[in-house]
Design a protein around this ligand. Structure first.
Ligand code: T46
Length: 134
């Protein structure tokens, strides 16, 4: 299972501001879906699930939030996303919690597949059992 990874997004800037560009080939998957979390209250915790096959790239296009990733085998890592200049690549097989959203933050998600309910594991013990099975 590949590790989660923070990727620096190429930007183009001039005296009018900046453009972040996620071009074809930048991500290790073809983008099948784009969605975004917004108007998230600062106390909200999102996620609490893992994906069996889905790879996603998360960008804090505005504000900041934390992404806690658990590999189900004893390792947890927390990433703070706070700039549109980088994003977090999350391979399949990670239990995630998103928390500590700043007011007005937006979490843009580029996903490798359409929404498929059957790709979600929403019970942590079931996730650990799935990981242990290999
Ligand atoms: C993830 C984090 C970062 C859809 O019908 N289509 C969609 O594309 C999505 C993303 C969600 N939904 C439905 C499923 C639920 O009935 O919207 C409802 C809320 O979804 P969920 O509770 O999964 O939302 P989050 O913010 O906890 O998780 C979402 C993604 O589902 C998940 O893949 O990694 O954002």
């Amino acid at each position: 299972m590949p590790d989660p990874q923070v990727l620096k997004i190429p930007t183009i800037d001039d005296d009018r501001g900046e453009i972040g560009v996620i071009d074809l080939g930048f991500l290790p998957f073809p983008i099948a879906r784009v969605y975004y979390l917004f108007d998230v209250t600062t106390q909200s915790v999102r996620g609490a699930h893992a994906h069996k096959t889905l790879t996603q790239f998360l960008v804090a296009t505005s504000g900041s939030f934390c992404v806690e990733l658990n590999d189900g085998l004893g390792r947890t890592r927390t990433f703070t996303l706070r700039t549109p200049r980088e994003g977090l690549l999350i391979p399949p097989g990670y239990w995630r919690h998103l928390h500590d959203f700043s007011s007005g933050s937006v979490c843009l998600v580029l996903a490798s597949d359409r929404y498929r309910r059957e790709d979600y594991i929403r019970s942590f013990p079931a996730f650990v059992a799935w990981k242990e099975k290999g």
